[in-house]
Design a protein around this ligand. Structure first.
Ligand SMILES: NC(=O)C1=CN([C@@H]2O[C@H](COP(=O)(O)OP(=O)(O)OC[C@H]3O[C@@H](n4cnc5c(N)ncnc54)[C@H](O)[C@@H]3O)[C@@H](O)[C@H]2O)[C@@H](O)CC1
Ligand SMILES: [K+]
Length: 483
């Protein structure tokens, strides 16, 4: 099942793999024409009613594949109002090639003739609310036409995500949808066919720039709406929790607090005035601090546990106790990872081990990335948690969904990059499910490294990654290029 968001993610990932959206539109239009051929014989009258978005574009393309039919194309509105370049180019191609195509500037003037089949290419995944004019009148004309109705992607007016169906939505007999079915089609009483359009499997297998479309900032949001993250770290080390916390801020969290042992609080605060430091008693995290830290954690969307905590026995005991009492999402990194296999918790743990840490947890690795992904998937299923296994190719898996990330470079073996990744996971898991958060964090962290190396060459340090994160998280534009 593909939601409109997932379609946009896949489109942009396909574009980054060298398959641009216009090519997908060509395949969609071809698939529409194949569906037409299966429904009516050559020579039949086919009226294609096209909207001004890419759903319309699919209909415009279909016309070029239907030369053996009496096809007419009815564009709803002026060509100058076509909303995307690729749909406009396909309109211009029809005009240039002298197809029977015309603009319908007054919806009452829509004359479909006496078609055997109507192609409804008015609105697809871009629909919102009841059909407005001229689509509303056109939908009524389709009913009056007394012809078979074939809808492109979804019947116009049906929310593809399964939300509200417009009261005046098109009543389709057949639907041809692309790549995978859509949740909104479950409630549609029509014959649905799913057609491949050449989206490479790698657009799903590998995290890509399209995944950056997942997190979004609400323009009406208030402070805290985009995530409050608590980093629990420090003691033997101070740099690690500071890196994780600063990274969480750069990855979009509104508020980041650091719970750390008293003696390191001042040094930690000294790293950045943007951090809120919440010191607890003692030299290192120990069972006596668990209640304090757990109470603090309840006010946060996510907790990042591990950076710079060290592996003292008392600290690991405390980490286990803390995890067993928490809910929500907890990112677990560094020394704290070793307690995960023993812990019973209601929380979803997002564990970020490198290969060595994974083996210490009881997991297996392999040299081949695909094999490593399978092993990680099985181990995540066994643990009941999400894993982000770091490597030249990162593996992200929740035991069912498994993806790989290819961004990053050899310069990132420097110390501290894992802390940056853990912090980014914390911020993104505040607004996304843990698996999606880990995918986006891994992609952005590696891309930040790639940006730094491209600009300055090797010799990157972890703080460079933190600074490059906002640029690395920039969303691609709708057409798929970098914004
Ligand atoms: N990966 C894929 O699945 C691909 C999908 N394509 C097609 O692209 C479509 C999505 O295209 P778009 O994002 O351009 O969106 P649409 O073409 O579905 O609709 C966008 C337009 O509809 C208008 N609109 C929204 N709600 C309306 C309402 N209630 N009444 C009247 N007008 C309304 C908007 O103002 C906008 O101009 C898909 O449904 C599919 O047909 C293909 O072209 C390319 C690949
Ligand atoms: K449609």
């Amino acid at each position: 099942m593909l939601t409109a968001r997932e379609v946009a993610v896949l489109d942009a990932n396909a574009e980054a793999l060298g398959v641009p959206r216009k090519q997908l539109m060509e395949s969609s239009g071809n698939a529409v024409a194949r569906a037409v051929r299966d429904l009516v014989d050559p020579g039949a009258a086919v009226a294609i009613v096209a909207g001004r978005g890419n759903n319309g574009g699919d209909g415009l393309v279909a016309a070029r594949f239907l030369d053996e039919y009496e096809a007419s194309v009815h564009l709803l509105g002026r060509a100058s109002a076509i909303g995307t370049d690729i749909a406009r180019e396909n309109w211009e191609a029809l005009i240039e090639a002298e197809y029977d195509a015309h603009e319908v500037t007054d919806s009452s003037a829509l004359a479909l003739g006496d078609p055997d089949l109507v192609v409804d290419a008015m609105l697809g995944t871009g629909v919102a609310g009841d059909l407005r004019e001229p689509e509303a009148t056109a939908a009524a004309a389709m009913i009056d036409a007394d012809a078979t109705v074939l809808s492109v992607d979804v019947p116009s007016g049906v929310d593809p995500d399964g939300g509200v169906r417009a009261s005046n939505a098109v009543d389709a007999d057949h639907v041809v949808t692309f790549h995978d079915t859509k949740p909104g089609l479950r409630a549609v009483d029509a014959e649905v066919r799913v057609e491949p359009i050449g989206i490479p499997a790698a657009a799903e297998r590998f995290v890509g720039p399209g995944d950056l479309l997942r997190p979004g900032r609400d323009p009406r949001g208030h402070k805290g709406d985009h995530g409050e993250v608590l980093v629990v770290g420090g003691g033997p080390y101070t740099g690690a929790p500071a890196l994780a916390a600063r990274s969480a801020l750069r990855a979009g969290a509104d508020l980041v607090r650091v719970a750390c042992p008293h003696p390191v609080a001042r040094a930690l605060q000294g790293y950045s005035e943007n951090l809120i430091v919440r010191p607890f008693e003692g030299e290192r995290f120990a069972p006596g601090n668990v209640a304090t830290v757990a109470a603090l954690a309840t006010g946060h969307d996510t907790v990042v546990l591990g950076p710079g905590l060290g592996d003292a026995t008392a600290t690991l005991d405390a980490a286990g106790q803390l995890l067993s009492g928490l809910g929500g999402t907890v990112v677990v990194d560094a020394d704290a990872l070793q307690v995960v296999p023993e812990v019973e918790t209601d929380a979803t743990l997002l564990c970020t081990p490198h290969q060595g840490e994974l083996r210490a947890m009881g997991g297996e690795t392999a040299a081949d990335p695909a094999e490593r992904a399978d092993l990680a998937e099985a181990f995540a299923a066994e643990l009941g948690h999400t894993l982000l296994v770091k490597g030249a190719q990162d593996v992200i898996t929740d035991g069912e969904r498994t993806r790989r990330n290819r961004t990053g470079n050899a310069g990132m073996t420097v110390g501290g990059t894992g802390d940056v990744l853990a912090g980014a996971c914390g911020a993104l898991a505040a607004v996304l499910d843990p698996h999606a958060a880990a995918c986006v964090a891994a992609f952005a962290n590696g891309r930040a490294g790639d940006i730094v190396v491209a600009e300055r060459g090797h010799g990157l340090v972890a703080t460079d990654l933190v600074d490059a994160l906002p640029q690395a998280l920039r969303r691609p534009d709708a057409a798929g290029g970098a914004a």
